[in-house]
Write a protein that binds this ligand. Structure first.
Ligand code: DHE
Length: 515
């Protein structure tokens, strides 16, 4: 039987039945907004690297019904179920060719907010260092909350699909926000206004800001690069082509700031290397090769780079990602590919020093540390097991395992609270939030603020007096708890609030939060 689809020019016959040519369907229906190359336009990129990471309705449902709170219309009337399925399958195949995306293209993507005027002092009376940013992924906005009164001071649109934590300049004045399509948005927290945005990659993972706040690193999957921008004017300072020692290109899983080392640390996805990039203009030379010097009659070490952005390779036995750093940034723990071990790398000597048994896919990037009986410990959730592992990070030993009601995603605490908060992100108990005593490791309370709804991710205010919890649903909320009594204080309606970020805790590297 011949299936009718919107345009005969995009149907062809195979074995007596009409099939849609998905590339032509795409060109006719999608390219105007999402780009002829599928890498984005006014709409987001439609490539597997982005699509498979998005939680929410299946792709063919979005094609049929559109996406709420965006300009994406439904195509149920225009495309029949078969054509929609073909199109969805096509969007899940990698693009044939990744166009160049270097300094020229990044610079050309820059747009400034024409209405932006830099304020000389905050345009509000709230404590400017106790603000929260709440990323609302339901409709791609960020709310700026006063951390004392919990009033919303501003709500602004972000690029589509923000991922990872926004990064603040050390004075707390500006914040940078990144989307999975590689857009970086600069926002002024005194003026409560966007400054501008540009596309630093085609598919990106996260961003990190340098210790002095002058440089922003963007970790990219597509292309295989690490982009470094000037935070002042968003100019491109450097684009590292990410290629391992043996010449193999690699995606960058993530990049982090190492404040005590004045550097960025980048996790490479496809080659067994970690890169350290100096953000100190006086950085020591990095030696990567040797030559035989005839003049001196000896083998001489060759400095490959020095000063700002000097790049050091730490060669490891297998690619690691999802890093936790000890507070001194002397060691990192990364997740091994088998999902059962954490590998400890000493960053000073540049080698692996130990393995930790962490079965059930540890989510080390969500780890937090604190002092327990005078010893520094860390805890990490596991993505495939309802357990938190507690690790003594002076001896690098797993000391305890705390059973939870299901696998968790995020952990949080604060210097001024005796508790750590752990969500249950997956499974039937995803509406539960455990509050755990940091000394006894006992679960003291399990909160269920909205039965049946996913409850996740916590952030404290600057004094650790209140804990903000997300009801991670489209008609969700941020719930403010008294961090001592564990009673609910306020409930603020929000559109799928994912992460919440307190400026003070971020810029002071509070020990209970992410960095
Ligand atoms: Fe994330 C942070 C990686 C899936 C929400 N996530 C991070 C960071 C990394 C990371 C490396 C730290 C970046 C930073 O803040 O600078 N995330 C990954 C993955 O590898 C993974 C498992 C799959 C993927 O490829 O993306 C993944 N992450 C998700 C989601 O599905 C989540 C729940 C929803 C979403 O937005 O996509 C999600 N990730 C978050 C959030 C943070 C984050 C909210 C910031 C946490 C914080 O408190 O700092």
């Amino acid at each position: 039987m011949i299936r009718f689809i919107i345009s005969t020019s995009i149907a062809f016959l195979i074995g007596g039945s009409a099939l849609a040519d998905p590339a032509a369907l795409y060109a006719e229906n999608c390219a105007a907004c999402h780009g002829a190359d599928r890498l984005g336009g006014t709409g987001p990129a439609l490539i597997p690297e982005t699509l498979k990471r998005l939680r929410g309705p299946a792709l063919d449902t979005v094609i049929a019904e559109g996406r709420a709170a965006t300009q994406m219309p439904g195509f149920a009337d225009a495309l029949d179920a078969g054509a929609r399925a073909e199109l969805a399958a096509y969007l899940k195949t990698p693009v044939a060719e990744v166009p160049p995306w270097g300094p020229e293209q990044i610079t050309a993507s820059l747009s400034w907010n024409p209405d932006y005027a830099a304020a000389t002092q905050p345009v509000f009376s709230a404590d400017p260092l106790n603000l929260f940013l709440v990323v609302e992924t339901g409709d791609h906005h960020v709310s700026v909350l006063d951390g004392d009164t919990f009033e919303v001071l501003d709500r602004f649109a972000t690029p589509f699909a923000v991922h990872g934590g926004p990064k603040f300049t050390p004075d707390g004045r500006f914040v940078f926000i990144m989307s999975r399509d590689g857009w970086v948005q600069k926002y002024d927290l005194w003026s409560l206004a966007e400054v501008g945005r540009l596309r630093a990659g085609l598919n990106s993972r996260n961003i990190a800001i340098s210790k002095d706040g002058k440089h922003l690193a963007v970790a990219n999957y597509l292309p295989n690069t690490l982009t470094i921008l000037s935070t002042a004017d968003l100019t491109v300072e450097k684009v590292f082509e990410v290629v391992g020692k043996e010449g193999v290109p690699s995606r960058v899983s993530a990049v982090y700031q190492a404040p005590t080392r004045d550097s960025f640390i980048a996790a490479l996805k496809d080659v067994p290397e970690i890169w350290e990039i100096a953000t100190d203009p006086e950085a020591e030379p990095v030696y990567e090769g040797f030559i035989h010097s005839r003049e001196k009659g000896m083998v001489e070490a060759i400095a490959s780079s020095e000063g700002l952005f000097a790049r050091r390779r730490i060669v490891i036995s297998e690619p690691l990602d999802d890093f936790f750093f000890d507070p001194a940034y002397r060691h990192l723990v990364g997740a091994a590919r088998d999902g059962a071990r954490g590998v400890i790398v000493n960053l000073n000597v540049g080698r692996e020093i130990a393995d930790l048994p962490l079965p059930g896919m540890p989510h080390l990037g969500s780890g937090i540390s604190w002092l327990r009986d005078g010893k520094r410990v860390m805890a990490t959730p596991h993505l495939r097991e309802g357990v938190l592992s507690v690790i003594d990070i002076e001896d690098w030993q797993v000391t305890d395992r705390i059973e939870t009601l299901g696998p968790g995603f995020f952990l949080r605490s604060h210097e001024n609270t005796p508790y750590l908060w752990s969500d249950v992100f997956f499974g039937p108990n995803r509406d539960a939030m455990h509050v755990i005593d940091k000394q006894t490791l006992e679960i003291v309370r399990t909160l269920r603020p909205q039965p049946g709804a996913t409850v996740a991710h916590v952030e404290f205010d600057r004094d650790g007096e209140h804990a903000l919890v997300s009801v991670w649903e489209d008609d969700g909320a941020v719930i403010v708890y008294d961090a001592r009594t564990l009673e609910e204080v306020r409930r603020l309606p929000m559109r799928k609030p994912s992460g919440k970020y307190n400026i003070w805790n971020k810029i002071t590297f509070s020990e209970g939060t992410s960095h």
